[in-house]
Design a protein. Structure first.
Lengths: 648, 648
């Protein structure tokens, strides 16, 4: 690994201001463990799989057809299929930044060349609009996704510019030409419109940061401010679907389409931070608070409705058909990460951790070639394994599927995993903050020029022990502060400092939130954070009606599920036929988490609403193992539930 | 009122065989009370309202445009808008049958004339297909609704033929010409297709009964048998949406789109009965059993999903966003009524009663000019009153709306109310069966020629006392049997016979199901059924996860709801902030049902999944009144819940 210190971090988000400075791939490398394994699968399996499907589905060939002049006749894919190509490019860019893989570099350049060839002389780039037989440019802002696609193009170009600033592939220039067109068309004197799917905002803001061209930030600001003024047509689900019902700064909570809402919030945070708009930033923090308190699943997933892929009302969080779209979680991480950088509140990193372990890690299959689009918390009927060559309905919450007609989630997972090193740590004038725990190498320079170098050793979340080992080249006489996040669930955590000579220099409680260790670190000094990892039971707020009377088992950052394939000992074969034994306590044994359940005996049916007291009959209790939610449905068709009712 | 005895009853359903013979408008008239009031509003308000909107929305003028040759340019409305005109005609026919209203008769004839003019020479009739610029006939069986529309035409024609057999309006001939075309096109040697929305089956079966032409029955049979053979294209929600996933006789439960499923089941029952297909009939009974046990709301409503307006899996019955489409309940009544006629099982009449009181009566506003399309069981946010001139999104479960883009429900309610007299009673060789309780006059002739005449006096469901008074002209020395349904909830009911001279001839318990009184009735003899009407609390089957830990209050056939506008005494203004006091018992006072609740104090928010025991704080209990569910949202915007959690 060769790591350089650049002025701009090799990271997806590089705000002009903020409490914390992100550390990119140039400063942090995940070297293995839970996330390192998934990054390896992403590189070896998922990127190849996505590239192959983009070809076979025709979504990448659409760019070739544009050049050949055979659009729209030959066009395949939905109106937003260009964006999957751009997310794939972004994922490739981050992976090349990590691995310097020559084959991926060749692939990246080949795809960029095909995209470049399709760009119009004035900068316009879209395979769905603008040609004879197609809709006119910008003629369908509600559903056309033109600006949305460009937002993803900009993010891809920024990823490339930050990881290979001297590359001559031309992607940044493609993005700039398109962004210049957007500024001309949609500037203060241009069309008073917004895109029906937010994304251009976050793309423009980051492009401004990557290029230093503030026109793009101003255009992002205009798009943010135009939301909530009803410039989009009303639809059956209301303008809140597009977040065009209320100005961003006047809203109280995220609402409408959950991916759109999170992408918009991420872009609005970028604009608020870079323009110094503290009123807007405060509004976004309040919206995050209420959304997390009232509209978020225990997995971190967001979005309750299948119909409009949208947030429900406060407390409307059905486990049944929980939509919890994978992309909404990617968007939630984008939003939380920006708020974390802006203010340093560890609650934002807590939600990122929860979402990473329980949605992002849940979506891909172990081989990285099949995905969940929706992430239900309750599977009532065993799913059906999709044929590897099939294109599946997006929200079939049965088994992971290789590809979808709307296939936004696979490349979104891919770009998130490929850039995950950049979500591990940040720096400020006083030191370095560790937000996520993975085996890692961290090498950076503080604002005053002090060099900091340490390694992280951990098998988290197998155990809760995180060891931070100072390395020789970071030794200095000047103290700096290592800040370690202590998740909200980690009551009773402890931190210890053991010096290179084996002396215990510090040993104290680490209260939830974060713990600071300030020292003149020397090579071999070790900071050990010990997070309590006993499995724990949690109950929902009583206002979450859908899971009243149920408990969830968690251990560390992982949410657990009861899956029918583990019910052998009970003699029943469906999670609907067991309940937690009263006062059951989860235990660990043989590397698994076990809970005591009682098989239920049900009568044969009849009118199901009868006088109270007719509880299902419970038999003798038996121990059954649970599975981490992110591992469910990996052993064939099954039924599953995260929230387990407590037997009367 | 002039009542005649005709060979075919003035009723929507007249099977060739079956356990019970329906009594139509010619034999039974509702004379007031709960349903009589609603029939009066239907006649005076709803029919005028529907007629006016069919004109202003352009759905009736589409037929004029067809004649003028200006289709498709001027066409308005969705692909199924013709069917609303036919349902309106059916409602008019039943109402004319009841009231002999000259203005309605004139209106009926004028509408029929406009429809007639649009019929093609070969019998084809549809304003959406078949002309230059329109899709070809039968080119979109999945979504085109051509056969569906004709099914409603046939039901309208049958209603007219049975209520005005000698009328010269020509509607029956229009229907026959269209049906003949369907038989030519889709017969055994014709197109191997079905309609994406079942309805033609029930229409053809009844047209066969009304005309004596068995070709129509055979065509209905063909359509039934073709379901489940995948002749329709697959869609995102699967072929079960159309019930094209499994042959009707192989299915175990209703599934897919809830209106389609019920209409298909009703048509399949007609075919099974008239062709003597007991295997098919048994399959339908089993499907009804499981659907009622596992896929039906406490209101009788069916359909859990907004997205595809479909049944959920077994036990998937969220109160939140319960879809419970009004039309699905009309379909459920159609299906249950046919099974009741076939076998006489009072459970089918029980479900009809529950569905009538808690869905059909819930949909229309008191003035009959606004409707619920979906009937949620939990309203979390106060609704918004629709402008009287607005066309609303169909499933906005806020306040009743005057019209919808998809406006199937208003005319479906109208035709059900106008024909409701025909769902009150049946006859067999031994006597008469009363299934629904309303003030009514019953005059009929048994199979052996004995005349039966009685009046029903009751204020049910205000009280549970139903008095059946034998009338002079029915006096006979030969005994006959009066069978009275005793609803499943009416444990402890009693039946008494008081002769004309005041003597108590019988006084005994009436066990749930039904009770028989066999006598040589004389004028003035009174049978009194006394149903216990104390409010009662019921709990859901434990497998209905969404309402675990909650209870519902019912009284007689009515389900009750807690509405925010009644919470004044608690000091809180939202149903989310109260719970039932432990061991609370509902009581009646001042004509209302009251329950003891405790106001809940919630903290300010934060992560909502925490260690058990953090229940919301409960204050002192207070009595609040409930409202019959069918009356909710009649006092302005409110929040509401049917299932009320029990405080810890």
């Amino acid at each position: 690994m060769t790591m350089q210190t650049t002025t701009t971090p090799q990271a997806p988000v590089a705000p002009a201001h903020g409490r914390l400075r992100p550390l990119g791939q140039d400063a942090v490398r995940i070297t293995g463990g839970f996330w390192g394994d998934r990054q390896a699968v992403n590189a070896a399996g998922t990127l190849q799989h996505i590239g192959s499907r983009l070809e076979s589905e025709g979504w990448l060939p659409n760019f070739d057809l544009a050049v050949a002049g055979t659009l729209p006749a030959g066009r395949r894919g939905r109106e937003f299929s260009d964006s999957e190509v751009y997310k794939y490019l972004e994922a490739l860019a981050w992976e090349i930044g990590r691995s310097d893989d020559a084959a991926l570099e060749e692939r990246f350049r080949a795809v960029v060349a095909r995209v470049a060839a399709a760009q119009e002389p004035d900068g316009y780039l879209n395979t769905m609009f603008g040609r004879p037989g197609q809709g006119a440019r910008w003629s369908d802002l509600e559903w056309g996704h033109e600006l949305y696609c460009l937002g993803h193009l900009f993010q891809a170009a920024v990823a490339r510019a930050r990881t290979r600033p001297d590359a001559d592939d031309g992607l940044l220039e493609i993005a700039r030409r398109a962004a210049d067109l957007v500024c001309r068309e949609f500037g203060a004197d241009g069309r008073d419109g917004i895109c029906g799917h937010a994304e251009i905002e976050v793309g423009l803001a980051e492009l401004a940061r990557a290029t230093g061209d503030d026109r793009y930030l101003e255009q992002a600001r205009l798009f943010i401010e135009r939301h909530g003024r009803g410039t989009l047509r009303d639809i059956e689900w209301g303008r809140k679907y597009f977040q065009d019902d209320l100005p961003v700064r006047d809203a109280e909570v995220l609402r409408g389409h959950a991916v759109r809402a999170n992408y918009l919030s991420a872009g609005a945070t970028d604009v608020a931070v870079d323009t110094g708009d503290t009123e807007l930033l405060d509004a976004l923090r309040r919206q995050w608070d209420r959304t997390v308190a009232r509209r978020t699943y225990v997995t971190g997933g967001q979005g309750s409705h299948h119909q409009d892929e949208a947030f429900g009302e406060d407390w409307e969080l059905p486990a049944d058909r929980a939509y919890s779209e994978t992309c909404a979680s990617v968007g939630s991480i984008m939003f939380s990460w920006r708020l974390l950088l802006a203010g340093g509140d560890p609650r934002h990193a807590d939600l990122i951790e929860r979402t990473l372990y329980n949605v992002v890690a849940t979506s891909p299959a172990p081989d990285g070639r099949a995905f969940f689009y929706a992430n239900t918390l309750h599977q009532r009927v065993p799913g059906v394994l999709a044929d590897p060559d099939t294109t599946s309905p997006r929200a079939s919450s049965s088994l992971r599927a290789p590809w979808f007609e709307v296939s936004c989630c696979p490349p979104n997972v891919a770009r998130t995993l490929a850039s995950l090193d950049a979500y591990v740590a940040t720096a400020d004038a006083e030191g370095v903050q560790l937000h996520q725990y993975a085996p890692a190498i961290v090498r950076t320079t503080l604002d005053d020029g002090r060099r900091v170098a340490f390694d992280v050793e951990t098998d988290y979340p197998v155990s809760g022990l995180i060891r931070v080992i100072s390395r020789a080249d970071a030794a200095t006489d000047a103290p700096w502060t290592l800040t370690l996040r202590v998740p909200a669930w980690a009551e009773g955590a402890r931190v210890q400092v053991v010096t290179a000579d084996g002396a215990v220099a510090e040993d104290r409680e680490a209260t939830t939130g974060s713990v600071e260790v300030r020292r003149a670190f020397r090579a071999g000094d070790v900071v050990e954070l010990d997070l309590p990892m006993a499995p724990r039971l949690n109950a929902p707020d009583e206002r979450i009606d859908a899971v009243r009377g149920c408990l969830v088992v968690e251990r560390g950052p992982e949410v657990f599920a009861l899956e029918s394939v583990d019910l052998g000992a009970t003699g029943v074969d469906d999670v609907a036929a067991v309940a937690l034994a009263p006062a059951a306590v989860p235990v660990e044994r043989d590397g698994r988490v076990w809970i005591e359940v009682v098989p239920l005996t049900a009568d044969g049916g009849g009118w199901p609403y009868t006088a109270p007291g007719g509880a299902l009959e419970a038999a003798a209790s038996v121990q059954v193992p649970l599975v981490p939610y992110h591992e469910w449905a990996e052993r064939g068709p099954s039924t599953m539930r995260v929230w387990i009712p407590v037997a009367d």
